[in-house]
Structure formats: C-alpha cells, structure tokens
Write a protein that binds this ligand. Sequence first.
Ligand SMILES: Nc1ncnc2c1ncn2[C@@H]1O[C@H](COP(=O)(O)OP(=O)(O)OP(=O)(O)O)[C@@H](O)[C@H]1O
Ligand SMILES: [Mg+2]
Length: 275
Amino acid sequence: MQTTVVAAENSVPVEDEADVALCARSISAWYGTKLAIRDVSLDFRRHSISALMGPSGCGKTTFLRCLNRIHESALGASTTGEVLLDGTNIYDPGVNPVVTRRRIGMVFQRPNPFPTMSIFENVVSGPRYTGLSRNPRELKDLAEEALRQAALFDEVKDKLDDPALSLSGGQQQRLCIARALAVQPEVLLMDEPTSALDPLSTLKIEELMEQLATNYTVVIVTHNLQQAARVSNFAAFMLGDADRVGSVIEYAPTQQIFTHPNDRRTEDYITGRFG
Ligand SMILES: Nc1ncnc2c1ncn2[C@@H]1O[C@H](COP(=O)(O)OP(=O)(O)OP(=O)(O)O)[C@@H](O)[C@H]1O
Ligand SMILES: [Mg+2]
C-alpha cells in the first residue's frame, strides 16, 4: 500500500518527496513494559549519510533496530508507529519482515561473521537464504561485487575459502558490510560500526561509507563526534528523559548541528559538556 509522505515535525526540509528513502513516523519502542524511545520521527534522505548521536542509553540502537524490524525479534519487544520505505509502511500486516530486512540491511557494532563459514560463504549466505540466487556462477559474481564494494576484494581474492575468522577485526567488519550488501539492499543501517576497530580500519570504513552513500541510503549510530562531523550529511541528537525514555532533540544538516545547533542540550553535548 502506498502512503503519502508527510514531512516529520523535526525533519530536514526536502525539496522533493522522492528524495526521501526512509521515514520514521512516531516510533515508540518497548522492552516488555519499559518504554525505551518515544515518538521518534525522522526522514532519511536518499543517497546520504545520516548520523544518530546521543549519550549511552538514549535509545539509538533501539531506534535503528526499529527501522528494519529487528527490534521485534528481541523477547517481549514491541513497537508502535510507522516506517515508510519508499512510501510503504514496513509494519503493514501484509509486509514480510524477511523482505524488509533484505531491503534495509544492518551492520552491527562488533564484526559478527558466521564463525564456521568461509569468507565466500559468509558473503553469499544472504543471497542463498533469501533466494536471490542459488546459481554458483551468479553467487561468485555477487560475492566479488559485494567484496569490491566493501573495499575488501583485493585483500581476500586469493583466499576466499579461508575461515572468516582468519581475517583481522577491520577486515571482518568489511566482510560483514559485504555480506549486508550482497543482498542488494536499498538502505544500510550501521550501529557504531567502527567502535571495535583501530584508527586505520576506522578510516577505511569511513571512506567506504562515503562511497556507499553514492548508491545507498546510510544511517549510522556513532559515539564519535568527529566521525559524525566527517562523514555524515545530516545528524540527529537524541536524549533520554529522567525516566530514560529517548527522543529526538534536534535533526539538521550536520554542519548546522556542529556550528549553530538550535537546542542548548545539543550544544552541550557536542561541546563535550555531558554524555
Ligand atoms: N534487551 C533489552 N532489554 C531491556 N531493556 C533494554 C534492552 N536493550 C536496551 N534496553 C534499554 O533501552 C534503553 C535504550 O537502549 P539502547 O541500547 O537503544 O541505547 P543506546 O543509545 O544505543 O546506548 P549505547 O550508546 O550505550 O549503545 C536503555 O535504557 C536500555 O537499558
Ligand atoms: Mg547502542
């Protein structure tokens, strides 16, 4: 079902609705009876990088996981609100969450390659499982393309059958990015993708994010303010209230957030006064 896109209260103005790839509308999320985020509405512009920032526990991960329906897989977890992917609500009863998770891929904080699989098998696991392809020739091509996009191919092309765990941490994270890309998603969600990595691997992933944003809509969670300032086009600042329920305080082009934020609390956070 197509739903008309109406700009969110705290959305960044977009000239053309078609420029919005993903919009969250009034997302609230619970763990059992505990409300973790309240009424979060954000538009994510196509082929851009949006960063979610905020102190620990304010609900960044929870919100990110609502964007592709992974949140609901946690025990007792629930969500209200809508997430429109190209105008269709991914929470509509007729929408298959497996298809949604293929279209909206996710990369986690710690590299999590499937430990018993080879490098190659990790990359093609998604296309195989989702039925995108089971043809060996096609899978080989898909794997090469995904590994190239993840800037890993040259480092692994002669050892595709080696165990994934034989790679370094930074290579494993790029492998996880390749695995996410292999199912040809439209949106890539990344939850602190470099927090477990050394500075050189971090730099590689940041360069990679910028390249990926030419074809994908990227949403990252980061604690690293310099990283948000370096790589993102838009930035949202989230904060929890006294009951630790998170919401969005401000969302704007990154440069504006870092040079003249509208809200005092955003300014305090980015100048390191708390968080
Ligand atoms: N599995 C869970 N069960 C119960 N409560 C949870 C669970 N995961 C997170 N929470 C709670 O939900 C709130 C938001 O947590 P979330 O992990 O989304 O925060 P975050 O902003 O990503 O924090 P961090 O920066 O530390 O990763 C917190 O109060 C947290 O304690
Ligand atoms: Mg988190």
